[in-house]
Design a protein around this ligand. Structure first.
Ligand code: PGA
Length: 241
């Protein structure tokens, strides 16, 4: 595991953006695994700025997102489809047909999950997976649990995640109780992984990610088993290392 520590959120967003940019420059048709949440917003702003300056071209890039709330429709303003379109896709030249997120309102969820796995294989697998991390060590929506699913699946969100994510909603009651997420195996199959964490609230999870036992009770600890993980942390997130 490589650990890069920056002084603040702005600095780590720039570092992360340079890594994603390098990936796209080296392989213009890269498959980028993307994440939602507050953490990658700085990264996305930097990528948009590079695109606007003519430094980056996303015309051949394929994107695959980690997760989507169930049962939200893609045009729901609280959906991750909407979030990604708003904060990244509509501001760069990625082609709509190259954008992939799990459908949150599929009639047959299991079939949707299986199709998502097949699609990831068909595009050749994920070259670089961007991850945030939950305060409870979740990655994607793989929540702490006695067992984890390897493949894309429907998951019950923990009370803690519902509480933490309620800041994006009018109230905690409005936060969906379930989500469709890539599984731990799906994430670990990515060729490279870039996890970004900012703020003191993430320090405990980062400590367990780096130094803890590998356990399903802290899903991010499985990153210790992957050969090419880079953590980009601000000083607060790295405070317990
Ligand atoms: P955050 O979420 O970036 O909004 O902190 C990260 C996550 O829950 O994975």
């Amino acid at each position: 595991m490589r650990i890069l520590i920056g002084k603040d959120y702005e600095e780590i967003s720039k570092k992360a953006a340079l890594m994603v940019a390098a990936q796209v420059m080296l392989k213009p048709n890269s498959v980028l695994g993307l994440a939602t949440g507050s953490t990658p917003l700085g990264l996305y702003r930097e990528l948009i700025a590079m695109y606007q300056r003519g430094e980056l071209d996303f015309s051949a890039v394929r994107t695959i997102n980690l997760d989507e709330y169930y049962p939200l429709a893609p045009d729901d303003p609280q959906s991750y489809h909407y979030f990604m379109n708003d904060h990244l896709f509509k501001q760069i030249n990625v082609k709509p047909e190259n954008i992939h997120l799990p459908k949150g309102n599929a009639d047959a969820v299991k079939a949707e999950c299986d199709a998502y796995e097949t699609m990831i294989s068909q595009v050749g697998g994920i070259d670089l997976q961007v991850l945030g991390i939950g305060v409870n060590g979740h990655i994607g929506f793989n929540e702490p649990h006695p067992f984890l699913h390897a493949q894309t699946h429907l998951v019950d969100l923990t009370a803690e995640t519902i509480q933490v994510n309620s800041r994006f909603f009018a109230s905690a009651e409005e936060v969906p109780r379930q989500a469709v997420t890539m599984g731990m195996g799906t994430i670990l199959k990515a060729r490279r992984i870039l996890l970004i964490a900012s703020g003191r609230s993430k320090a405990e999870a980062i400590k367990k990610t780096v130094n803890g036992l590998v356990t399903t009770e802290c899903p991010s600890s499985f990153l210790q088993t992957h050969p090419a993980v880079t953590l980009v942390l601000d000083q607060e997130a790295a405070a317990l290392l």
